[in-house]
Design a protein around this ligand. Structure first.
Ligand code: GLY
Length: 393
């Protein structure tokens, strides 16, 4: 355990702090209240899903084809699991149905985000038979983007200098494929997910275990043609959300395959993040670990919530020497995100839960705003931590 992690463990056991169980209960109750208001608003906006607020503070929605469409339905499913309140099941069912046609969308790599957060959680909680077909069709659509010469699923379309761009975020879409393998027995889903993960370990990571955002490949030779960024501060920087997508993605890959190399990779990423000199003690990363202007650079609450959720899961698989430290960081992140600095007031913040997310700073888009995915992974982290505190029946 590093000195920083030890400090977090000590802080977490500090008697003056509210018990973490109480912090979690309050944040879940608040999330239910806030998203109940959001569900009311969305009922009047057919075919749309919440996305963010613009720079004037106006509510922005997106159609089902936008990569974030599954997060609001997924959050409602978690809130149904938490509250057992039928109103959340009804709202989640309705919002989930808005995305169904995306199962045929072969023009995006984001189908895991879109369909697994929505239909995947819905299936897990209700066993609704028809959701199986949506997920399986979605997994087949995603598989069409696999490029055998490269050994990866192609993330974005080709553009000058990028024949086959693959972004680290793509690790998040593999859980859908592994579900499809388990459901159908078709091993091609498994092979694609494992090949993509192995190619990404080989080409996306630097010696310090940080990752590039975009690696582009030559479609014929399969060789790397570029290592760059799109949403980060610089090609050689560590864009915060990209790092945590990798952390989460390899944790899931280990859970679903049992292959030790994925656990090793997740642990390496976690240790890079936690021991980084620019990782703030309150657990909310700067939008890029190498952002210009640190310590005055913006923080990204979405990176904190994704990281917290991933660390809680990883703490169950990592060795004893690591687990307590990972959980202590996640606890600190939940405490910070639950504070008034990051958690909105009731009915404020466009009914989103968290403030201060950073979507795409270099593109001057979604800067210091609520983000639907920040909320989703926050609720997921709360549910996961609550699960650790609640003894199994
Ligand atoms: N996948 C896009 C993002 O994380 O912003």
């Amino acid at each position: 355990m590093t000195a920083g992690m030890l400090l977090l463990v000590l802080l977490s056991s500090c008697a003056k702090e509210k018990p973490i169980a109480k912090v979690i209960d309050e944040s879940l109750a608040f999330s239910a209240q806030q998203y109940s208001l959001m569900a009311g608003v969305m009922k009047e906006k057919p075919g749309q899903l919440p996305r963010t607020l613009n720079e004037k503070g106006e509510f922005i929605t997106a159609g089902p084809g936008w990569w974030t469409s599954g997060f609001f339905p997924g959050s409602l499913w978690y809130l149904y699991e938490y509250s057992k309140d039928e109103k959340f099941r009804i709202a989640a069912t309705e919002m989930t149905a808005r995305i169904e046609n995306e199962k045929n969308n072969k023009g995006t790599h984001d189908l895991g985000f879109m369909l697994f957060c929505s239909y995947g959680n819905g299936l897990r909680l209700t066993g609704e038979e028809s959701y199986n077909e949506v997920l399986l069709t979605g997994a087949r659509s995603l598989s069409t983007r696999f490029r055998p010469n490269v050994g990866c699923i192609q993330s974005w379309g080709s553009r000058p200098g990028w024949q086959c761009p693959v972004i680290i975020d793509n690790m998040m879409n593999l859980e859908l494929l592994l579900w499809a393998f388990n459901h159908s027995g078709d091993s091609s889903f498994y092979r694609i997910a494992v090949t993509h993960s192995d190619t990404t370990i080989k080409n996306h990571f630097r010696a310090d275990n940080s990752s590039y955002h975009v690696v582009s490949y030559d479609t014929i030779s399969g060789n790397v043609e570029a290592r760059q960024t799109h949403q980060g501060a610089a090609d050689e920087s560590a864009w915060a959300r990209g790092q945590v997508w990798g952390l989460y993605g390899y944790t899931v890959m280990y859970r679903e395959t049992g292959l030790e190399r994925y656990l090793d990779q997740a642990v390496k990423i976690a240790d890079f993040l936690i021991s980084h000199p620019n990782f703030p003690a309150d657990g909310v990363p700067y939008w890029d670990f190498n952002a210009p202007g640190i310590p005055d650079a913006l923080r990204d609450a979405s990176a904190a919530s994704i990281m917290a959720s991933a660390l809680i899961e990883l703490s169950r698989y990592a060795g004893e020497d690591k687990s307590a430290g990972y959980l202590a960081v996640a606890e600190r992140q939940i405490r910070t995100l639950s504070s008034p600095e990051y958690r909105a007031g009731a009915g404020e913040n466009g009914n989103f839960i968290l403030k201060h997310g950073v979507g795409h700073l270099p593109g001057n888009s979604e800067v210091d705003v609520p983000l639907t995915y920040g909320d989703y992974y926050f609720i997921e982290a709360l549910m996961r931590y609550k699960g650790l505190l609640t003894p199994a029946p």
